[in-house]
Every structure is written in C-alpha cells, then in structure tokens.
Ligand binder design. Sequence first.
Ligand code: UD1
Length: 422
Amino acid sequence: MDSIIVTGGAELAGEIPIAGAKNACLALMPATLLTDEPLTLTNAPRLSDIRTMTQLLQSLGAEVASMQDGRVLAMSSHDLTGVRADYEIVRKMRASNLVLGPLLARAGRAVVSLPGGCAIGARPMDIHIAGLEALGAEIELRDGYLHAQAPGGLRGAVIEQRFASVGATENVVMAATLARGTTVLRNAAREPEIVDLVRCLRAMGARIEGEGTDTITVEGVDRLHGATHPVVIDRIELGTYMIAPAIAGGSVELIGGRRDLLPAFCEKLEEAGIAIDATDRGLRVSRANGAVRPVNVRTEVFPGFPTDLQAQMMALMCIAEGTSVLEETIFENRFMHAPELMRMGADIEVHGGTATVRGVAQLRGAPVMATDLRASVSLILAGLAARGETVVNRVYHLDRGYERVEEKLSAVGARIERVKGG
Ligand code: UD1
C-alpha cells in the first residue's frame, strides 16, 4: 500500500487548480439511469470513488466511457440489464446507494446492499427509505440488502425529512423526476452538490424548483432526455488547499475557488487570521507573518461549517496561539485523526463529539496512519507544518477523494512524495 512522505517547513507559493466535486459527480453519475439517452459530464474528477461508481453503473448495464484523461464521462443507460448494487461494490463506497432512487424510478425495482464506506459512524438509510416509501415504493431489508419495488410506479408526495440528509435528498429528488404528480420535499439538504444535481436534471428535462433552499418541489415528467453538464468545483478540495498556506505559511491562489461554496469556512479562516482575497481566477489565501488565532468550530449542514473540513481545521488549530473547541454534530466517531495528530505532538482532548485543541509551538514529524478520507489529508496538512518527516501510511482513502495530492502540493513548493507500496 502506498505511503506519502511530507517534510515540513517549506512556505508555499503558486497556484493549485481545483477539480470537479467528487460528491457532486457521485450523485450526477446515477442520474444517467433515469434516461435512455446519453448523459455526459465534463470537469469530472479523477478519483478511485469515480471508478467505483463507474463499475457499479456498468454492472447495471450502463455504458460509461472515460475520455480526455478522465475529465469527461460519457454515459448511456439505453438498456438496463440489472437492478442490483452488490455488497462488494457498496461496501467500498456509501454513495453507491444513490442508484436506489433512479433504479426505482426507471426500472420499478432495485436491490441495494446496505453501505459501508468511511468508518465514521452508524450511517443508516432510514431517511432515504422513508422518502422513497412516501413516493409509493415498498422496501424490505433481507440478507443485508434493501429490496425495493414500485409495481404501480412512483407517485408524488409531500415529504418532510427528519434531518436534511444529502444522500436522501438526492435519491428522493431523482426518483421524483419520473413520478406521477408533484413531490414537495421539506427539510431538504441545501448543499451546492444538490444544486448542481438539480441543474443537471433540469437540463435533462426535469421540472424542479427550490434547489438551494430547504423546500424542493418536483413535478414528475414522463421521460427525461440526454444532456451535457459540467460538474461544479469541489468545495472540500478547495477548503483543504486553503488550509495548506494557512498552516505552512505563504500564499496560494486556488484556481476556480468561490467563497459562496464555503461561507462559514471562509469566515472561520479569516477569524483565525488568514487572508482570503477574490482574484480573477479564484481565491488567494495567505498567511504572511502573523500567528494563527484559535477559533471555535461547530459542524453544521450547509451553509454551516462542513463536517468534511473539520479534520483539516483541527490540523490548523494544532498550531494556533491558544485553545480552540471543535464540535462535530453530523457524524459520530469522526475524530479518528486526533490520536494521530497527537503522535505529532498536538495537544487534543476528545470528549464525545467535542475536541479541545491547545495550540503548540511546533508539531513534529511522525509515522501516522490514515483512517478515513478527510482524516488522511489532515495528517498531510499537519506534516506541512511539522519539523522533520511525516510518513502517512495506508493512503488508499486519500485516493478516493483527492486527485494527485502530492503533485498539487509539490507544485506550490511543499516537500512531499509518494512511495509505492506492495
Ligand atoms: C454526504 C457526503 C459526505 C458528507 C455528508 C455530510 C457524498 C457522497 N458524501 O454524505 O462527504 O460528509 O454528506 O455533509 O455526497 N443519516 C441518517 N439516516 C439516513 C441518512 C443519513 O441517520 O437515512 C445520518 C448519517 O448517519 C449522518 C448524517 O445523517 O450522521 C449525515 O448524513 P448525510 O447527509 O446523508 O450524508 P451522506 O449523503 O452520506
């Protein structure tokens, strides 16, 4: 298994291009199942999670061609030959469950394994199930699989989600595009990836309003057609690389960066003393001289502080001048990076969903273990600021969500390399 070696201490300067959003792309790809015409995505990220979704769609009979070095995905679901998302694929990636809504809508049937994915909490599916049942689906759990069917087709309904789940919102909206009548989804997720999915569905002929608000209205249509859609930029990759100059010092321009994708995160970074300036091409982030100030963070649904940037923010707080408190409200068990950061000299105390971080003057390089996707990258960020060498082992999680992390960071002056493992 590959490792990444970071030697800390180099200030960063230059630019980093931000890729298309993994989480948007993972919802956009299953939308191909809704139509027998071609759906093409441009600005796709080149990540192992995208290859996993490609395999899953192919196992259902979809054609997926990866073009222009993976930047363009040309998909066609002219003939669906399967309706089963097997455990072997779903266990690698929870987002596999996003085929459930589209399969029900198009084929009237779906068999989807309960998910695995990052080990960051229980991650149930009850909100997805409640939404799809309200649309008329009958869903049973047998042998670890959800067996769903809608023999008479789906019909519109008023649905109130108990929590604004991103995945459940995506599944229900996709299913509702082909349901009979109108669906009103209340307490819908408002994340930019939902907005991107709705834009694509609309380009395919769906009738949807209210994306980006907490109420989404979908008027079902008889069929959807093909479209070409550019994937929105990855705000989590953006936020991660915004932390890089903040923690290492220096100034980096994030090409494609947009503040409106990360409003709460940008505010917190500025509160910590980091400068963020809009440029013609994106955002410039700088830490000229000043120390990093401690800030308290509570993760929330959009537009609040994203849970997917909590680990990276914790890495930054490890070198702040003072004490900060980070509260995780979205996932249980999402502080697995804390003990690894402590191996690097960080002073962190975790109680339930709250971590208290007392800043230290200097982190020290150490061998550490990547436990989940965002935890892995937080260790690399900490390594940029540490004295000596940090070896991040088990980086396969990283490759699920960050394309060529070592190339992007070394291009701005970081000393980082990948060592191929067996
Ligand atoms: C998506 C993102 C993930 C991000 C998360 C929260 C993708 C592929 N992944 O995950 O990176 O961290 O949003 O912003 O887009 N829950 C239930 N029942 C359900 C569904 C969810 O209890 O039926 C709980 C989950 O266990 C979790 C919380 O709700 O505690 C948030 O989950 P959700 O918003 O569904 O996240 P995902 O769509 O899985």
